[in-house]
Design a protein around this ligand. Structure first.
Ligand code: TPP
Ligand code: MG
Length: 394
């Protein structure tokens, strides 16, 4: 088979809504595409206005119940995420990395998985964790510092959160090569961000997975920012087009369209299972919140940018579609609101009941037999902590 970009083969867009979105969504990369002749394509099945559009390659047929399920997943994930942000602000968590705005990318791709598939996440994949059945309060234990991950990866085929950018793509590739040797027909889904795409690890995983035809799908959430670095500082070509140089297909999907994310990921996972090798999916989306609760995005980006993306909200567009098509009634939305409240309350109660982390414990698990430098750092930190005792620190 000739290796070519799946996206480059697609030229048909059937609605003005799709066209509008595609050009608006890709404006960020226009400057960066000066060196390529290929204009970015964007797979979309649901416009920002909630209008359903067809796609020649990736169309899917979902029942009203399945559509409501995707909506429920996104609403509950957003609610959980908001609760976590609030808990951090109240001093209950050390840090939180919000997924606000990326619900469709995560729920769409997460719901494309089979139980026997395996996921390698970054630190922001709360929606995918939700789809895999990981208890959300386990994620919070890690961000509170009371556990070192909090879940058994093999219970849900969902690896531990990975902070070292891009390293999980190599783990995923190795794992995929392993299950292929075992003769399994499962696939592996590796998440990473636009910033991580610049890491050597990610590029090495592309080489290995292509050459060994590993059953892995690379799911890059291009949320336009790597902390304060914009996408223009990561690439001269649209990210999905990089796949071609490694010898496998790349496709850009509207990352705020849960239907398109589901369809494209499902197709790439099937391809991997058939033994046809890796695919790179670039989910074109936006990080609506700060990078983490330690970040202040007003220092480096304009409100107008965020406002433009608010009009493409992944939850509002599916809600509009559900309402317009009569797939959900008022009772459904009310019940879901009540369920969200219950989830928020549950999360609050569980986190507040968690122990206060022992800050000194981090020094105990660095080396099995201790280390002079760690001893020195332990002593420094103990002195720093002691400086707060008995009143306000200077
Ligand atoms: C190897 C490595 N370098 C630097 C960092 C610090 N760091 C943490 S998150 C981040 C930005 C990542 O951006 P992106 O890959 O786009 O993911 P996003 O946070 O936007 O989801 C950086 C530089 C790190 N964790 N690992
Ligand atoms: Mg990013």
């Amino acid at each position: 088979m000739t290796v070519e970009s799946t996206a480059a083969r697609k030229t048909t867009r059937r609605s003005s809504g799709t066209k509008r979105t595609a050009s608006a969504s890709t404006s960020t990369t226009k400057k960066a595409t000066a060196t390529t002749a290929t204009e970015p394509e964007l797979v979309q099945l649901l416009t920002p206005e909630g209008e359903r559009v067809q796609h020649p390659e990736y169309d899917i047929d979902l029942s009203a119940e399945e559509l409501r399920g995707l909506y429920r997943d996104m609403v509950l994930t957003r609610r959980f995420d908001a609760e976590a942000t609030a808990l951090q602000r109240q001093g209950e968590l050390g840090l939180w990395a919000s997924l606000l705005g990326q619900e469709a990318a995560q729920i769409g791709s997460g719901r494309a998985l089979r139980d026997d598939d395996y996921v390698f996440p970054t630190y922001r994949e709360h929606g995918v964790a939700w789809c895999r059945g990981v208890d959300p309060t386990n994620l919070l234990g890690m961000f509170r510092g009371v556990n070192n991950g909090g879940w058994d990866p093999n219970s849900n085929n969902f690896h531990l959160y990975t902070i070292v950018l891009g390293s999980q793509t190599l783990h995923a590739t190795g794992y995929a090569m392993g299950i292929a040797k075992d003769g399994a027909d499962s696939a592996v889904l590796a998440y990473f961000g636009d910033g991580a795409s610049s890491q050597g690890d990610v590029n090495e995983s592309f080489v290995f997975s292509a050459v060994y035809n590993a059953p892995v799908v690379f799911f890059c959430q291009n949320n336009q920012w790597a902390i304060s670095e914009p996408i223009e500082k990561q690439t001269r070509v649209p990210l999905y087009q990089r796949a071609r140089g490694f010898g496998f297909p790349g496709v850009r999907v509207d990352g705020n369209d849960v239907l398109a994310c589901l369809a494209v990921t499902r197709s790439a996972l099937e391809r991997a299972r058939r033994g046809e090798g890796p695919t790179l999916i670039e989910a074109f989306t936006y990080r609506m919140a700060a990078h983490t609760t330690s970040d202040d995005p007003t220092r480096y980006r304009r409100d107008a940018e965020r406002e433009a993306w608010e009009a493409k909200d992944p939850i509002l567009r599916l809600k509009a579609y559900l309402e317009n098509e009569g797939h959900a009634d008022a009772a459904f939305f009310e019940e879901l609101e009540a369920e969200s409240e219950t989830l928020g309350k549950h999360v609050r109660e569980v986190v507040r009941a968690m122990p206060v982390p022992d800050h000194m414990a981090m020094f105990d698990h660095t080396y099995a037999d201790g280390h002079a430098l760690v001893d020195e750092e332990r002593a420094q930190f103990a002195a720093y902590q002691a400086s707060f005792e008995g009143g306000e620190a200077e």
